[in-house]
Design a binder for this molecule. Structure first.
Ligand code: G3P
Length: 214
């Protein structure tokens, strides 16, 4: 399973990358705005640090605008994946990008039938949002299993990217299901190394280690 970091903060991306936790990066307008830096500059910097797909989102809501923005983003680096919001115009843009060899990631997917359309349009990645579904008392992980099943049934090559991850259980369940990619906030990535019994065990071994005969 590939791990992407969901961030536009170059410092945390560098740290996560150095630790070997990062196979790619996803950004969104909220994260880029938080960085306080120009969009293209942020994406260029991320591409210079991480050797993997970097999703950069368009703001246009019409096909022509998406194509214009997306082509400019794709020029930044070969690893740029144009992130397109789930909508009718977006799917048309995905199909055109696929014909041009430009990679796409369709975001804000909340139903398995949206995911089916994303796959049929030829997207590289499909991003169902699990946390936001859980927030409204729906089962986010059930959506992942349905998307994966549909893609398998029809031999669709689009990868399922589990997005809006809030906690380690989303990652564990994704791994058990065999999801292609998870995109994870830095704080959650860091937490994955931790276990109270690991800390307790290390403390005990260090204490006992002091008693080793020299
Ligand atoms: O990758 C999408 C992600 O950034 C959305 O996360 O926590 O805002 O639902 P969240």
């Amino acid at each position: 399973m590939n791990f992407y970091i969901d961030s536009a903060d170059i410092e945390e991306i560098k740290i996560a990358n150095e630790r070997g936790w990062v196979d790619g990066v996803t950004t969104n307008p909220t994260l880029v705005a938080k960085s306080g830096r120009p969009h293209h500059e942020v994406i260029k910097d991320i591409c210079s640090v991480v050797d993997g797909y970097v999703s950069a989102e368009v703001l246009s809501m019409d096909t022509d605008g998406m194509l214009k923005e997306g082509r400019e983003l794709a020029k930044i680096h070969d690893n740029v994946v144009v992130k397109i919001p789930m909508c009718e115009d977006g799917l048309v843009a995905v199909k055109k990008f696929a014909a041009e060899g430009i990679k796409t990631n369709v975001t804000l997917v909340f139903s398995p039938l949206q995911a089916l359309l994303v796959g049929k349009a030829g997207a590289t990645l499909c991003s169902p949002f699990v946390g936001r579904l859980d927030d409204i008392h729906h089962d986010g992980m059930e959506l992942i299993s349905q998307c994966m099943q549909i893609y398998e049934n029809y031999d669709i090559s689009t990868q399922v990217l589990v997005a809006s991850i809030r906690h380690p259980m989303h990652i564990l369940e994704s791994a058990l299901m065999g999801a292609d990619v998870v995109t994870v906030p830095f704080k959650v990535l860091k937490g994955l190394t931790k276990h109270p019994l690991t800390d307790k065990g290390i403390a005990q071994f260090l204490k006992d280690g002091e008693k080793i005969v020299q």
